[in-house]
Design a protein around this ligand. Structure first.
Ligand code: F6P
Length: 327
């Protein structure tokens, strides 16, 4: 907890954008202004902090954005912020505006930067988990995951239509960096025949065995969801299946960045609004260096030092569900 009253807040988005970041910015700006705090937008994350691209926001600066994907503050991955010189420049720019509290909307890398900065320059920092990957431990939700999964689900449903028309096998690659959450959730929700995730060893022989068995009983339409971080990868898997099962028509679809865009879902707008509000409350209460999480529908404040990548354990039950329901 800090003794000093926060009177001017800077807000920024950092790392990969995620749907709902705008809703979070809106909540920070309006909660700040409601409490008599000046709020400054920092453009392109830490890059804008270093370059001094900072402007004061008003209530109307965030009008008509809750439903928009992307981020009105823009975002960047900034290497310079990981140097002391970079952070010093950033601090000097904050000083010029009198900013004495920061809200950082981003992933674990952005939180690590915030933690170092805060210790070096004694500026309270509050993180909001904004990432489609849902790979941050300590929160049930990250801003953007729900929308990304829904985008993947609607795309995979369309893929299944054409797969069905042609009796084809489709391998669909989804995002998630080294986390399998998008693959697992979208795969189960679309009735995928198999789901490959980085948290589980990929057994190609097992996949071939299952496909051969299905082929034998004329089940030719199959969808395999592959998380981008899986050891095997969609293209490699397609090569192996084509070699081993020449009769099976295989196509690969990489969903890519469409998963990052689009209007945020209702859930993402809600959690972003709640978290944005909570971030300002944290600063008002003098909390230091935590990120806001939601666990069992309650707000939680987790030290930034604990913002580690979530390593999920996938219980055998999940994979059994996939196997049984897709037979
Ligand atoms: O972290 C979000 C994410 O979309 C990951 O799922 C993906 O691996 C990465 O960012 C892609 O990054 P970039 O937009 O820099 O290509």
């Amino acid at each position: 907890m800090s003794e000093n009253k926060v009177t001017k807040i800077g807000v920024l988005t950092s790392g990969g954008d995620s749907p709902g970041m705008n809703a979070a910015i809106r909540a920070v700006v309006r909660t700040g202004i409601y409490n008599g705090i000046d709020v400054f937008g920092i453009v392109r994350g830490y890059q804008g902090m270093i370059e001094g691209d900072i402007y004061q926001m008003e209530s109307k600066s965030v009008a008509n954005i809750i439903q928009r994907g992307g981020t009105i503050l823009k975002t960047a991955r900034c290497k310079e912020f990981f140097t002391h010189e970079g952070r010093k420049k950033a601090y000097d720019n904050l000083q010029q505006h009198g900013i004495n509290g920061l809200v950082i909307i981003g992933g674990d890398g952005s939180f690590r930067g915030a933690h170092i900065f805060s210790n070096e320059f004694d500026t309270p920092c509050i993180g909001l988990p904004g990432t489609i990957d849902k790979d941050i431990a300590g929160t049930d939700f990250t801003i953007g995951f729900d929308t990304a999964v829904n985008t993947a689900v609607s795309a995979i449903d369309k893929v299944r239509d054409t797969a069905d028309a042609h009796d084809r096998l489709f391998i669909v690659e989804v995002m998630g960096r080294d986390s399998g959450y998008i693959a697992l959730h979208s795969g189960i929700a679309t009735g995928a025949e198999n789901i490959l995730i980085p948290e589980r060893r990929t057994d190609v022989e097992d996949i071939i065995r299952a496909l051969t068995e299905k082929h034998g009983r004329k089940k030719l339409v199959n969808i395999i969801i592959v998380a981008e971080g899986d050891e095997f990868g969609a293209t490699e898997l397609s090569k192996v299946i084509t070699e081993r099962m020449p009769d099976q028509e295989v196509r690969v679809t990489i969903l890519g960045h469409i998963q990052r865009g689009g209007a945020p879902s209702c859930l993402d707008r809600l959690i972003a609004s709640r978290m944005g509000y909570a971030a300002v409350e944290c600063l008002r209460e003098g909390r230091h260096n935590v990120f806001v999480g939601i666990v069992n529908n309650k707000m939680h404040y987790i030290p930034l030092t604990e913002a580690v990548k979530k390593k999920q354990r996938i219980s055998e039950d999940w994979m059994r569900i996939v196997k049984i329901l897709s037979s």
